[in-house]
Design a protein around this ligand. Structure first.
Ligand code: NI
Length: 172
């Protein structure tokens, strides 16, 4: 396993559409292992392959409390969303920044696991926010284009919170 460099805003690869994965090779497995290691090292909750410079539709998420239960999603497709939530969101590709984004509050996602077996996952709150954020990455979209109001410095927000006492969100 090895850490991979996280691409940051301004890098044109982040605006490209990632391609469907048709088979899991040893290289794909190595990429997945490296993405998991990179996600933990960066203290994020989600990471897409494009963020480490690989245009494949692979997403890693870990929303568990102890951060030891990575979920690997290959070719994820959001089948259903409903509800609405507004909250601060961050991105490992936009370091030090956070902004308020409206997302669905509930999502169901279909994907393939590492054995290319179809799976589904469903959740609310941070899960729905995270999967929408990651699927946007796969389409070449960054959350900064969805931000309602100003993009804030995480540091400033941590010192002051915002007017409503809300705090910066997790990085994806
Ligand atoms: Ni992100």
């Amino acid at each position: 396993m090895a850490l991979r460099e996280v691409r940051t805003i301004g890098d044109p690869i982040l605006e490209k559409r990632s391609k469907e994965v048709t088979k899991v090779t040893d290289r794909t497995k190595e990429l997945i292992d490296d993405m998991i290691e990179t996600l933990y090292e960066q203290n994020g909750v989600g990471l897409s392959a494009v963020q480490v410079g690989v245009l494949k539709r692979i997403v890693i998420m870990d929303l568990s409390e102890d951060g030891e239960e990575p979920v690997v999603m290959i070719n994820p497709v959001i089948r259903e969303t409903d509800g609405e939530q507004e909250g601060y969101e961050g991105c490992l590709s936009v370091p030090g920044k956070t902004g308020k984004v409206v997302r669905p509050n509930h999502a169901i996602v279909d994907y393939l696991d590492e054995d290319m077996q179809p799976q589904s996952m469903e959740g609310e709150g941070i899960f729905a926010r995270c999967i929408c954020h990651e699927c946007d990455h796969l389409e070449g979209r960054l959350y900064v284009d969805l931000v309602d109001g100003p993009l804030r410095n995480v540091e400033d927000l941590e010192e002051q919170e915002d007017d409503n006492g809300e705090e910066a969100g997790e990085d994806h």
